[in-house]
Design a protein around this ligand. Sequence first.
Ligand code: NAD
Length: 251
Amino acid sequence: MSELNGKRIFITGSAAGIGRAIASLALEQGAQVVVSDLDAAAAEATAAELGAAGTASCDVSDEAAVQAAVAEAVGILGGLDVLVNNAGIEVASPLVQQSTESFDRIFAVNVRGPFVATKAAVPHLVESGGNIVNIASIAGLGGSPLLGSYCATKAALIQLTRVTAVELRASGVRVNAVCPGFADTSMVDRLRPDFEGATQVPFGDLVAAKQGRLGTPRDIAEVACFLASDRASWITGSSYVLDGGLTASLV
Ligand SMILES: NC(=O)c1ccc[n+]([C@@H]2O[C@H](COP(=O)([O-])OP(=O)(O)OC[C@H]3O[C@@H](n4cnc5c(N)ncnc54)[C@H](O)[C@@H]3O)[C@@H](O)[C@H]2O)c1
């Protein structure tokens, strides 16, 4: 497969889970990838295992660190064609019981992170005619108990996607989002006990009833890599739902 032949891609939070799957598929499709993560050692290990071009790690909530990581990635890759804003965290808590510090932290990672990474990457993307893929969530489209602040961050990311796409259209930079349902990563492993406690329904039954099965990181990578490719050249400002029909169903 060569859909991403020669594309130079920087992916935040890509040591594990969905970000790692995007890195892996992008490499299979001919891209050059720089892996980045809060956990720099895990990023190094992932980059070595996958055969990535290198690493440029940062905490996405730290603007100076993000600017430095984007500059490092551009140095490794010789430019930038695609930014994937994947890094994100979850908090499982009834909204009114969540501490304000925890609320601020999830916004710093899930919203400020993509914002500052976008600002750092855009001059390079304008130069290359590149694009941005934001990893949002169906939690940005509807409410879920226990995920109030997470839902709000993902709704914000969908809106950032739309506005950035419109503002950057004339410069030739596309911006899109994917909105996955529950996918098989450590994030969902962490959420599982809280959901079971709140609903009194086994998590597997909830997933089977609402979305057929858990998504795989690869399911999400397939669409992220399509959006990053030139095959998606007329697609910008869009948010793609990948959820086995969860949001389509009223019952
Ligand atoms: N797993 C799901 O069901 C699901 C569904 C919808 C959307 N998402 C979104 O997909 C993205 C990836 O989620 P995942 O399930 O792979 O999660 P994960 O927890 O399995 O992996 C997230 C990765 O991001 C890194 N990370 C965390 N905080 C960071 C920070 N501040 N700066 C840089 N890196 C950081 C972690 O170290 C980890 O390697 C997130 O934005 C998440 O909200 C996940």
